[in-house]
Design a protein around this ligand. Structure first.
Ligand code: MN
Length: 729
């Protein structure tokens, strides 16, 4: 709405914005009309002085496109005037390149236009010096400067984003390599910042322009497909709009219905992320209804749901619980009579402005609310910066934070708690207090008891039941999402070995008994008593513990407990030396105490695995190829059948070996590629072979073998990388 090339209408007056074309130099007159719509004569006069100053400072300079340089800052000013930014911002936008590209000093600007404008220009100049090269360390440094500028004055970021937007629009004239670099930087840094500030229209245009520069062919193909499809379904969309309009009239509800389309990059990303076809992504009738009150929003929702059946689970109330960037709207998806779902967004005029302009809505309406939300985010980032040990860690935190991934839940008293997406009631309990986490036994979400690993959703109210005698369950480690929960549970686990070993031993014995068609509840009591006697154990628990710690082999114990003549019948199974017919023990993670994943061959889900019982340490899981288990080949009583649990979803360590060209910043580049591929780096070893190549070993955490393959593939495509492989042993 606010950017001329996206919608050539003025956001507030909805009047057409004067058209302009490349090749014509822009002058002050080109923005004067727009300024007059919201600024005073005096303010416009001061902007005009800034224009004259800039005009002279840039005299003789030309853009790569051939236009007079002043066209660029004027265009940047026009973009910001579209957002109704104040006159100081507009002046600073016109002057934004004079410190950087001309000898004009900051002091001179301060004298001529006041210190506020000078500070803004200086802030933008500092940001402009920052080029996000592929060195993670440097990037983090840049982020810091950027955030400093942000906290001082968010308007610096707004100018920088408008500057980037215009540069992206005129990217065509750049060399291919430079164009791609700028596009990637825009996609990784600026579009997410625009998104986080709620500048939806900036974000979409930045993403589309980057997409076009990075993948010109895909862009054109997709653009064509969208155009064609849009033509095909115009009629149906009109029919739906008419039916909705009619229903709303019947109910006496006023609202403006518009159809909307996903931007190209949004479609592309969805196709790629969810592996969907174009039809699957595009075949949705998406409409938006803007009305005049919150009450009407809910009533329109009701009208829609009585017209078309809503799809369960797709309704989202962002009015009651706004997104972190201030976005508010009702979302629902309904079944249409035409076989394609209808996605509807319903919101008020104010919410619509915030949805499109985000932080800029502050200047549009001077409501103040949005800015407050956003500065919370900024101060959050600054806290992170203080806590993070080094630049890289900070960069990761910032990157995570730029993608709003949080869920908002309520305590029973109605206080809002923010947790990372994927959090469960245990995370919530630990977020409230460590003691509550440690003694948590049950949870109710919206008044219903749920399993503790249930993923929390926005708006859930959570009530935790505690029991003073209870202690954390090691199994929680498999599903908690917050660092706080994880470290608290780990801390407690140190004292849990005995208990855990008993449980595991009991499990192992039960499984071993299955081979004899027995279980602990059906086995002959007398035989157990006899065995305990023989082993000099007082209780069954001691036996279980001994088994769990790997001192005693469950299959052997099972054999001792089974009736003598009742050997398992395994004639239909391949011959093997050990516990035939026993269901393999399921492995879901490195449980640290009694199930260890070997640190020599680093097995991950998808690998074939072999368990080895070790005295006192429980079971170690190796890959069968691992030379370290060859000595056990002749000791079948030590070998334990294991298999991955199909839903093992924790992280697994694996060692990878990478040979690279020796170049400065290689390590940082690799590190950021690895984190882009969603794997944690746990350890790095580096060895400069000779002047030309380096050999690196990364210990990383990944989900499974497919994830590993993807990571390796991604690394192999980097131009500094000669080879990348899983390290065998
Ligand atoms: Mn510029």
């Amino acid at each position: 709405m606010l950017i001329p090339s996206l919608r050539k209408r003025h956001p507030l007056t909805h009047e057409p914005v004067p058209s302009y074309g490349p090749g014509r130099d822009l002058k002050f007159q080109d923005i004067e009309d727009l300024l007059e719509t919201y600024l005073s004569k005096r303010e416009i006069a001061s902007i005009y002085r800034a224009y004259n100053f800039g005009f002279q400072a840039h005299a003789g300079q030309r853009r790569a496109s051939g236009e007079a340089y002043i066209s660029h800052p004027v265009e940047v000013a026009r973009i910001l005037a579209g957002l109704h930014m104040d006159s100081k911002t507009i002046s600073a936008a016109i002057l934004h390149d004079v410190i950087e590209d001309t000898p004009t000093a900051k002091k001179q600007l301060a004298r001529g236009f006041g210190s506020e404008v000078a500070e803004l220009v200086d802030g933008v100049s500092k940001l402009s010096k920052i080029s996000f090269t592929d060195q993670a360390e440097v990037q983090a440094e840049n982020f810091r400067k950027m955030l400093m500028a942000m906290t001082k004055d968010i308007r610096v970021i707004m100018i920088k984003l408008a500057d980037r937007l215009h540069n992206m629009r005129t990217l065509g004239v750049m060399r291919d390599e430079k164009r791609k670099r700028i596009a990637r930087e825009t996609l990784e840094i600026y579009a997410p910042i625009a998104s986080r500030l709620g500048l939806q229209s900036f974000k979409h245009e930045l993403e589309d322009l980057s997409f076009k520069a990075l993948h010109p062919k895909r862009y054109v193909t997709l653009e064509k497909a969208v155009k064609q499809r849009r033509g095909n379904r115009k009629g149906l969309l009109k029919k739906i709009e008419n039916s909705i309009d009619k229903r709303m009239r019947q109910d006496g509800l006023a609202g403006k219905i518009t159809s909307r389309e996903k931007h190209l990059y949004g479609i592309y990303r969805k196709m790629k992320q969810k592996d969907l076809s174009f039809d699957e992504v595009f075949d949705v009738y998406a409409i938006r209804i803007v009305t005049n009150s919150i009450d009407n929003c809910y009533r329109i929702l009701g009208a829609l749901h009585s017209l078309y059946a809503p799809i369960p689970g797709r309704f989202k109330d962002y009015i009651a619980i706004p997104k972190a960037n201030g976005y508010q709207s009702l979302h629902t998806v309904m079944v249409s009579p035409y076989g394609v779902p209808i996605e509807a967004q319903i919101r008020t005029v104010e919410m619509d402005q915030v949805a499109e302009a985000g932080i800029a809505a502050h200047w549009l309406y001077k409501s103040g609310k949005v800015q407050k939300e956003t500065s919370n985010w900024i101060s959050g980032l600054l806290d992170l910066q203080k806590q993070a040990g080094n630049s890289k860690e900070f960069l990761e935190n910032v990157k995570i934070d730029l993608f709003p991934e949080e869920v908002y839940v309520f305590t029973p008293k109605g206080e809002i708690t923010v947790l990372p997406r994927g959090s469960c009631p245990v995370d919530f309990a630990y977020a409230v207090h460590t003691d509550i986490g440690n003694t948590c036994v049950a949870a109710r979400v919206n008044n219903h008891y749920v399993p503790l690993q249930t993923q929390l959703r926005n708006g859930n109210t959570i009530e935790i039941t505690t029991d003073k005698r209870s202690i954390p369950d090691p199994g929680w480690l498999n599903f908690v999402a917050t660092a706080k929960a994880r470290s608290s549970i780990r801390h407690h686990l140190k004292h849990l070995q005995k208990r855990k070993a008993r449980k595991l031993g009991k499990d192992l014995l039960n499984k071993a008994l299955h081979a004899f068609s027995l279980s602990l509840s059906t086995v002959d009591e007398k035989r157990i008593e006899a065995l305990l006697d023989e082993l000099k154990f007082k209780t069954r628990e001691q036996l279980y513990e001994d088994i769990g710690l790997g001192n005693r082999m469950a299959p052997l114990v099972a054999r001792q407990l089974a009736p003598l003549l009742d050997e398992p019948n395994d004639s239909d199974k391949p011959l093997g030396p050990r516990n035939k017919g026993v269901r393999p023990l399921g492995i879901a993670s490195d449980e640290g105490m009694v199930i260890h994943l070997a640190k020599c061959c680093y097995p991950v889900p998808g690998d074939r695995i072999q368990g080895i019982a070790t005295s006192g340490r429980g079971i170690v899981i190796h890959r069968p190829e691992c030379p370290n288990i060859s000595e056990f080949r002749n000791r079948p009583e030590r070998l334990i059948d294991v298999q991955w649990e199909p839903d093992a979803d924790s992280l697994f360590q694996v060692m990878i070996h990478i040979d690279t060209i020796n170049r400065r910043g290689v390590l940082a580049t690799l590190a950021s590629t690895l984190s882009d591929a969603n794997c944690n780096i746990d350890h790095v070893d580096m060895d400069d072979r000779d002047g030309n190549t380096s050999s690196l070993e990364f210990l990383i955490s990944i989900k499974n073998i497919e994830h590993l393959e993807k990571v390796l593939k991604k690394i192999r495509t980097m131009d500094v990388v000669l080879s990348a492989d899983r390290k065998y042993i």
